[in-house]
Structures are given as C-alpha cells and as structure tokens.
Design a protein around this ligand. Structure first.
Ligand code: BTN
Length: 336
C-alpha cells in the first residue's frame, strides 16, 4: 500500500467535512499545483481512502473519517471520568503518521517515564502484530494506539495482562453500543469469527519488577474490501457491525472510551492481578467449552476442550479428566 505524506494528511483534513472541494481551492489552500493535488489524492486512495471525483465540482471524501483530535478526546475523558472515580493522569498525543505507536513508546521508555502516555496514529507505516506479524491499518479507517503503564511487579505477575486488556476493550466497545464482540485466546477481538482487532503487549523490566509495559491496540473501523482481501485471515470492521444497528462510528469518542476502560482495568490489575477478570474473560471467550486445535509455537498441535483460563491467563484444555495449561499458541475450532 502507498504511504501517505504529511501533505496528504493536510489535504485530507481539508476534505474531512465530506463536502466537495475544487482542485483549485485545495491547491490554493495548501500551496501546491493542481496536478500535485491530484497526485497526492491518488496516493490517499491507494492507502485505502474512498474519494469521489466529479467534473466541475472537485473532490469529496466518501465516509469522511473524522480525524483524531487530542482536545476532543480529553473532553470526552472528563465526561466519562465523571462517572468513574479512577482518574488517570494521561498525556495524549496524536500523530498523522508513524512507524508504529508501540515501537515509538518503547523507544521513549528508554529515556523517560511513559506511565500514562497515550500515543495514537492515523496511519502506521510498520504496525506490528503478535508473533512477529505485521498489522495493516488504513489512514483514518482504524484505531491504532499504544498506552504506556508502569507496574511495581515483574513479568510473572503481568502474564495475564493482555487478557485483562481484552476485557477492557470489549467493555468499551459494548459501552459504545457494539455488541456481539468476543475474545479469542489469547487476545484477539472477534465478531462472528472475523477478526476485528488485536492487542500487543511489549514488556520491559526485571523479572521481579518494576516493569514498564506498552499496550498496543489496533481496531478496524472501516477497512475497504481491497484491503480486507489482501489479509490472511477473515476480518471485519466496526462500520460493518454498526451498519446493521445504524450506529455512527465516532473514533474520538471511542478512543476516549477505550482509554477510560483501560485505565480502570490497569489500576485494578496493579493490585489484584488477573484473577478478578478471569470469570468475565471466560464469559466473553468465543471458544469457551468448544473443541479446539492448538498450534504450539514449535509447530506441534494439541487438541482438547477449552476449560477456560487460569489465574495467570494460561489456556486450560481438557482431554477427558486430564487438564493441561498453555501459555502461547494459536487456537482454531476443531471440526467435529
Ligand atoms: C495482533 O492481533 O496481532 C495484535 C495487533 C496489535 C496492533 C496494534 S496497532 C497499535 C500498536 N502499534 C503496533 O505496531 N501494534 C499495535
């Protein structure tokens, strides 16, 4: 996919109202030739944004994304925070384009305290997924952000953190009216067996603590069919889910809700660990009680019935009376 330049974002912000803008007006606003405007907008299209061109009227963004804005997110957080006593001191930063919000926060953590630092990007050029995979997102059509958090404890205590984060994300989506979203161990967000989003935790620190974690969350908001078709797994987005229920997707509001729920879960996790989230996680697990095949990191497979997760977030599979726990791997439904 093409990479959007900062100029591309300047143009897209001009088009964010969803109205027609003539090539001439756009060119004058950003100080470019009309030919260059046309070229930059072609790049925007190639990065997944749907544009309409009409002779005599100009350009119009179909499904204008409503760009992320730190002040709007702050206002929403105050609104949500009033309903909840846990107030997190948050530093919010929005960037148009970055390699990866998680890579950048991890880099910053070498030099300073990133506790409560939220970094969200309209577009990642090298988004990372779990197990070394890449994460595809569309400019203005995804939510991609990372949150830094410090814990006094070490890696063992944090083993279930990514699952607790999954609970926070589903709570936030539900609070915003998106129902039917489930978790898939360890922390995929799915809707009717299609992947909606994912969570990536980067952990730095001593085994006994303290630790600094970078919590990366990616959610598909509006993925064009051309992008979906290129992905290796069936995916969905919030727009498809919302369309059926006539809900508009307000990414600023949603991001604020996600941060609000995340902060509450992280505060609780810091003192109580994963245990208080285990029952809710299981309840939200799409594969709870199902026969699954687990592909282990070494390529071996194990089958069993999902009994649940233990207090450290490990998957527990039952094979008759025997129970076995697994810390990593990929599960898929086993055909009967
Ligand atoms: C997965 O399901 O594989 C996890 C995907 C996590 C993607 C998010 S997007 C924001 C943050 N920055 C990254 O580079 N990755 C995470």
């Amino acid at each position: 996919m093409s990479v959007l330049t900062p100029l591309g974002f300047t143009l897209l912000r001009e088009l964010a109202d969803g109205d027609f803008h003539s090539g001439e007006d756009l060119a004058a606003k950003v100080g470019l030739t009309r030919a260059r405007v046309s070229q930059v907008l072609k790049e925007a299209e190639a990065s997944g944004l749907a544009l309409e061109r009409v002779k005599g009227r100009g350009y119009r963004l179909l499904e204008a994304p409503g760009f992320l804005d730190a002040d709007t997110i702050r206002r929403r957080l105050v609104e949500f925070g009033a309903a909840r006593p846990v107030a997190a001191p948050l530093a919010i930063e929005i960037v148009d384009q970055i390699e990866s919000t998680s890579t950048e926060l991890s880099r910053r953590s070498q030099r300073r305290d990133i506790h409560g630092m939220l970094l969200a990007a309209e577009w990642q050029t090298a988004g990372r997924g779990r197990r070394g995979r890449s994460w595809t997102a569309v400019a203005g059509g995804s939510l991609t952000f990372s949150l830094g958090w410090r814990f006094e404890q070490g890696a063992g205590f944090l083993a279930g953190l990514s699952l607790a984060v999954g609970v926070a994300v589903v709570r936030a989506l539900e609070a915003e009216g998106f129902t039917g979203i489930a978790l898939k161990w360890p922390n995929d967000l799915i809707h009717r067996h299609h992947k909606l989003g994912g969570i990536l935790i980067d952990l730095n620190g001593d085994a006994l603590g303290p630790s600094t974690v970078v919590i990366g969350v990616g959610i598909n908001v509006r993925l064009p069919a051309s992008v979906r078709d290129e992905l290796p797994v069936p995916v969905t987005d919030l727009t498809s889910i919302a369309a059926r229920k006539l809900l508009p997707v307000d990414r600023n509001r949603l991001l604020a809700r996600l941060v609000d729920e995340l902060a509450a879960v992280l505060h609780q996790y810091a003192t109580e660990g994963f245990a208080p989230f285990a029952a809710e996680w299981q309840h939200r697990h799409a594969y709870q009680g199902k026969m699954v095949k687990l592909l282990l990191p070494d390529g071996a497979t194990v089958t069993g019935k999902v009994a649940g997760v233990d207090a450290s977030g490990a998957l527990v599979l039952a094979d008759g009376p025997r129970r076995a726990r697994f810390l990593s791997g990929e599960i898929s439904l086993r055909r009967a």
